[in-house]
Design a protein around this ligand. Structure first.
Ligand code: CA
Length: 223
């Protein structure tokens, strides 16, 4: 696999390159946001490790520009330990996962493996739940035939709810699904994402089961 590493701190940059190359990947490494933006836009990578604090152009802006340009490779963000609001901003910008500094290289490699696995998973078909149609291969959603724009995390949430429609999913299950391995996941974040997804779907699609979690309702089913 071909991985892009974006980190301005020279020692950490070298450690990342070494560890990811040792894991059997081809690594390209850059140290500023402009180079990263250019390279990630011009060349194909199977995944990107992207630091947030970068010279020239910050990591969040780089990520937003890639996503706006339709570049959808998996991106793992490196961030200083922050509030859940910051995680929401990172995820909203289109990150697939994030890791707070300082981290153990083993954990970074594990998360990278998870992202690369997920990238190769979208092999099948369309799922339907009432008016909602989700194309797992193209990562697109339609409601009553109309395209629905979702962030990558809203999409993942909806995909899990659809895969297990009718079942009650706990916040813990949902956050495990969203953040491959997280040690500091936060159920507030899940509430925020469920709330946003709910606003975009037909009313009544996501039912809150008090004290247990959330359930996707088949609005097309016979009462
Ligand atoms: Ca930095």
């Amino acid at each position: 696999m071909r991985i892009l590493v974006v980190e301005d701190e020279p020692v950490l940059n070298a450690q990342l390159v070494q560890a990811i190359a040792d894991a059997g990947h081809t690594v390209e490494a850059v140290r500023d946001g402009n180079e990263a933006h250019y390279l990630g836009g011009a060349e194909d990578f199977d995944a990107v490790v992207l630091d947030l604090g970068l010279p020239e152009l910050d990591g969040l802006t780089v990520l937003r520009r890639w996503r706006a340009a339709g570049r959808n490779m998996p991106v793992l963000i490196l961030t200083a330990r922050g509030a859940w609001q910051e995680k929401v901003a990172v995820i909203d910008a289109g990150a697939d996962d994030y890791l707070a500094k300082p981290f153990h290289m083993e954990e970074l490699l594990a998360r990278l493996r998870a992202l690369l696995r997920r990238g190769g998973e979208h092999a099948t078909a369309e799922w339907q739940c009432g008016p909602i149609l989700l194309d797992t291969r193209l990562a697109r959603v339609r409601v009553d035939g109309q395209p629905l724009l979702l962030t990558s995390h809203e999409f993942k949430l909806l995909a899990l709810l659809m895969q297990r429609k009718g079942e009650v999913l706990s916040r813990t299950e949902l956050s495990e699904h969203l953040y491959a391995y997280d040690s500091d996941r936060d159920s507030n974040t899940i509430e925020v994402f469920v709330g946003r997804l709910r606003k975009k779907l037909p009313p009544g699609s996501i039912e809150t089961v008090r004290g247990l979690g959330y359930r996707l309702v088949d609005l097309g089913a016979e009462p």
